[in-house]
Design a protein around this ligand. Structure first.
Ligand code: FA5
Length: 338
């Protein structure tokens, strides 16, 4: 038996030296200490040893067993340490390498342009007014002098939410709300989103932005309106040709529209300006006496003007964008150009 134990010890040493990973070691442990392992086989043989020698041999087997287990443990610790060390070496980070710069975000072109327009109107003495996009029918139509069955209601195709609520079709709702909430002199502008249930084309969308402007005081005249709009166009474009032509809106009298030379085709005609060389950018006029009354203001004492401009149309002309849909598609190749 002594020989067998010595043989097993040298066999174990050889196999232990060959083990290269913690899984090799586990296999080794099972080979020696499993139910059919070499130690178990020795224990079986112990039964046939002379009973007088059995305690001594049994102790030797136990000692071998303990030394095997402790050697397996030692090697296991050593292997785990070196496995961790090589993993750390492989995953080492060089913190001195230059970082990757994430692309810088910026405001959407419409937001940035709105900010520019807001600065211009602030510089002209107007202050910001805000109003709801989900609006009562009254502030979008009836209070603005659209008669119940007047065909003018069809001028702006509407997204109705219920019998009495809608998505505002223009920013003129804020005009009426502001007249109700302030006393003259009132000099304000209302930027924001508006919604129209109409066909989308290169120059028209169902969602776009307007800026409403209005001034109410004693003695405000059409000449004041024209001078204000001309100053605005000069501040925005520098030199640009603008033409005013009479138009109809139920909430102004008289009413007019302003066209700017189409800078996309330089006035020679294109699909954006429908081959006219001009692009309509705003509606305006003297606030109708009925609207002043609905706003709680005496039309005998006060008069006022108002305009509503299309933000996308102005930016299209300035930046030579030939399709309004690009502003809503948010393709970064387009957005990066601003
Ligand atoms: C109005 O919305 C009036 N509320 C403007 C107004 C205010 C008149 C105060 C008088 C006094 P209109 O529907 O024409 O008017 O729209 C005004 C501007 O919005 C147009 O000149 C145009 O520049 C822009 N616009 C109108 N419809 C669209 C559309 N579908 N897509 C993009 N821009 C549009």
């Amino acid at each position: 038996m002594d020989e067998k134990i010595a043989e097993l010890q040298s066999l174990f040493q050889g196999e232990l030296d060959l083990a290269e990973s913690s899984s090799d070691l586990e296999e080794l442990r099972v080979r020696y200490f499993g139910k059919k392992g070499s130690i178990q086989a020795l224990m079986q043989e112990l039964k046939s040893v002379d009973p007088a020698q059995r305690p001594e041999i049994g102790q030797k087997i136990n000692l071998a067993k303990q030394s095997f287990l402790s050697e397996i443990d030692q090697k296991k610790n050593f292997l785990i340490e070196s496995e961790v060390a090589s993993q750390m070496e492989a995953e080492k980070l060089d913190v001195t390498l230059p970082g990757k710069k994430p692309p810088k975000g910026k405001a959407h072109p419409i937001t940035a342009f709105m900010d520019r327009l807001i600065d211009i109107f602030n510089s002209m003495g107007f202050s910001v007014a805000l109003g709801p996009q989900i609006e009562e029918e009254h502030y979008n139509f009836t209070g603005l002098n659209f008669a119940q069955d007047h065909p003018a209601r069809d001028m702006q195709d509407t997204f109705w939410l219920s019998d009495s609520f809608l998505l505002r079709t223009h920013t003129s709702n804020v005009q009426l709300r502001s007249l109700q909430n302030h006393s003259p002199p009132i000099r304000m502008f209302a930027p924001g989103k508006v919604y129209r249930n109409e066909d989308v084309s290169v120059r028209s969308h169902v969602l776009f932005h307007q800026i409403e402007g209005f001034y109410v005081d004693k003695g405000v005249s059409l000449a004041d309106l024209l001078a204000t709009l001309k100053l605005f166009f000069k501040k925005l474009f520098g030199d640009v040709e603008v033409r005013f032509r009479p138009s109809y809106f139920p909430f102004v009298e008289p009413g007019l529209e302003a066209d700017v030379t189409c800078l996309i085709c330089k006035g020679s005609g294109c699909r954006i300006c429908k081959d006219t060389g001009w692009l309509e950018v705003l509606g305006a006029g003297m606030i109708h006496p009925e609207v002043l009354k609905n706003g709680g203001i005496d039309p005998e004492e006060y008069s006022g003007y108002a305009w509503g401009l299309g933000v996308e149309r102005l930016l299209m002309i300035l930046s030579k964008v030939s399709d309004i849909r690009l502003f809503l598609e948010n393709d970064v190749r387009f957005l990066r150009q601003f």
